[in-house]
Design a protein around this ligand. Structure first.
Ligand code: F6R
Length: 365
């Protein structure tokens, strides 16, 4: 049911304050300053002995996994690897008996993710799922895991599932972190920030009209770069993927500093760069990357924190998002990028809900 929305994609983008709230519901324990995670089917002792995590997925879910890697390594100090499921299923990486595997998937039916999961299970690793569709093959075959509770995602381009995956991975990192090095006050702080997320997402969505204006100015370009660092590097990859899949525009995501190792050769007046540059420890470095693009006459769209005058001085156009802790920036920064791809696709006459050549769940190899 579309309600008042013209497309499922837009409806699902606007559902995110609610879907993130659903992902958090009943899963925050302020008293113990940790997450409540029921379905892992592993004891605290078993979880405590885990010394490595492998996250496997495809596409957007793989991008969420990349955010998960940063979270798990920062909060829980657990060495984490993110593997394309299509690669992992045919590779044979060394994995100790203390390696915990997660398959991340919206549909729970992606053939490569399922095969990678089965391969890990066969080798005896505890294999869990972070999955949206209840009763899906991956949901059923996993040893346990967490559901996203995002509701049906109809638009072929994944939007709300991404932010729910990132939310659930944050809960997981908090939970595993609190069994290890994360202090009580640090856990409390994370919980407080998480509770605020639905309203922060609500605030981020207010950029929609501004994004539509910017889209009108930029829809004519055929090549884009998306650049961000640390937690916002996966967001750059995700923004580029959204633009590719529904607008059929060539877009590449890179860690902003990698630009000088090749992609900067692409910069010219016809190649806009989308910088994800909210306030963070290394923001000055990202700003200097932005200046390098401007110096080569590249148009710059920036995603920045409300009131950031320094970014506004350099970028041609700025889209503002609320200021949140660094590890939560992927959630707020994904919103304007989803909207940008949506508006550009509309302006180019594309079918946003059913893009060419794509299927909602990829059940073939
Ligand atoms: C991108 C997109 C795909 C999926 C990928 C994995 O918008 O929808 O890249 O993310 O096919 O699908 P799931 O998460 O269902 O395993």
């Amino acid at each position: 049911d579309l309600g008042d929305y013209p497309h499922y994609m837009l409806k699902e983008i606007f559902e995110q304050p609610q879907t993130i709230e659903n992902a958090l519901r009943g899963r925050l324990d302020s008293e113990e300053a940790t997450a409540v995670i029921g379905g892992l089917n592993l004891t605290a002792q078993q979880l405590r002995t885990i010394d490595r995590v492998v996250l496997t997925a495809c596409g957007t879910s793989w991008h969420a996994g990349l955010v998960g890697e940063y979270l798990l390594e920062e909060f829980a100090r657990l060495p984490t690897e993110v593997e394309y499921a299509s690669e992992l299923r045919y590779r044979n990486p060394p994995m100790s008996d203390r390696t915990l595997v997660f398959a991340i998937t919206q549909s729970g039916e992606t053939a490569d993710t399922l095969a990678a999961m089965r391969e890990c299970k066969r080798k005896g690793h505890p294999t869990l799922a972070i999955c949206n569709v209840v009763g899906s093959t991956i949901g059923r075959e996993a040893d346990g895991g967490m559901y996203l509770r995002a509701g049906p995602e109809i638009g072929v381009a994944s939007t709300k599932a991404f932010t729910s995956q990132v939310t659930v991975l944050t809960l997981l990192a908090l939970y595993l972190g609190r069994m290890r090095h994360l202090s009580y006050p640090a856990g409390k702080r994370i919980i407080k920030q998480l509770r605020d997320m639905p309203s922060k997402i609500e605030e981020a969505l207010k950029c929609n009209d501004r994004v539509a204006e910017i889209a009108a100015k930029y829809a004519k370009y055929d090549n884009y770069l998306y650049l961000g660092r640390l937690y916002n590097f996966p967001v750059a990859l995700e923004g580029a993927l959204k633009l590719k899949e529904i607008s059929y525009i060539h877009a590449e995501g890179y860690p902003a500093a990698e630009m000088k190792h090749g992609p900067i050769a692409l910069v010219d007046e016809q190649t806009p760069s989308v910088f994800i540059v909210p306030k963070c420890g290394i923001q000055p470095k990202v700003i200097s990357n932005m200046e390098e693009v401007k110096a080569r006459k590249g148009p710059v769209i920036a995603i920045a924190c409300e009131g950031d005058a320094e970014v506004a001085r350099i970028a041609d156009d700025v889209i503002y998002v609320p200021d949140v802790e660094e590890y939560l920036q992927p959630l707020v920064c994904a919103i304007p990028l989803q909207l940008l791809s949506y508006h550009v696709a509309l302006l180019r006459g594309c079918n946003v809900d059913r893009p060419r050549n794509l299927a909602k769940s990829v059940t073939v190899e």
